[in-house]
Design a binder for this molecule. Sequence first.
Ligand code: GSH
Length: 241
Amino acid sequence: MTNAFQDPLPPASVAPVLHLGSAWSSGWSVPGWMICQLGGITPEDRIIFLSRPDSPPKLRAVSPSGRVPVLEIDGLRLWDTLAIAEYLWERNPGCAIWPADPARRAIARCMAAEMHSHFDEVRNGLPMNLIKRWPVRDGLPSNVKLMARPGVRAGTDRIEAIWRDALARFGGPWLCGADFCAVDAMHAPMTTRYTTYGVDLAPDSMAFIAQMAAHPLMQAWRARAEAQADAIGRDVVMASP
Ligand SMILES: N[C@@H](CCC(=O)N[C@@H](CS)C(=O)NCC(=O)O)C(=O)O
């Protein structure tokens, strides 16, 4: 029996091509796209809408893991956000992906790795949807119940602690100091979940969430989500997930 994951993928492009998911719901697509901007490349973006019957074969046609983001660059196919960040940094050391100072960069990598490795309970408990505002429909659980889902409060407490510690350590306004870097990009989709579900966190966390929403990269991404929602139909987007 043929396993689709073993099918060879086409040779990767030399000119950068970035495969992304739906802008309103694909959490990892957000930092994938932002990190390319921070790395100084302007890839051709190709969108695969997720959660559709034809999504899995479309994803497997470009991604060995069946997940996005995937960056094709220099003839390589990179299918992981953190690996994309590291490749673009090695290709252009000193770009805006990581802080210039080695100690700050090491802490940045700890924060990025923790966000990359953990918090699935928060991701699954509060699914990302940049268009929806809670409550939107009767009969669904309140944000209080969503926050009571297993692991959501504990994960949120840790995320707030990361923000608080990093802002105190490096003086803000971003997690590694004055400049927005890959760590902020990786936390960006997390911040949006609390806005979507109307969850009130501590005042300093709410300030960070508001600051993130106003960042030009986040605003550009949100505009993309709004445009996709208009094109696809807001009823479809509001029903997701
Ligand atoms: N470890 C991967 C995670 C990527 C991931 O989970 N992507 C999701 C979208 S946010 C995906 O492609 N899911 C496939 C699907 O929804 O069918 C990374 O860092 O890029």
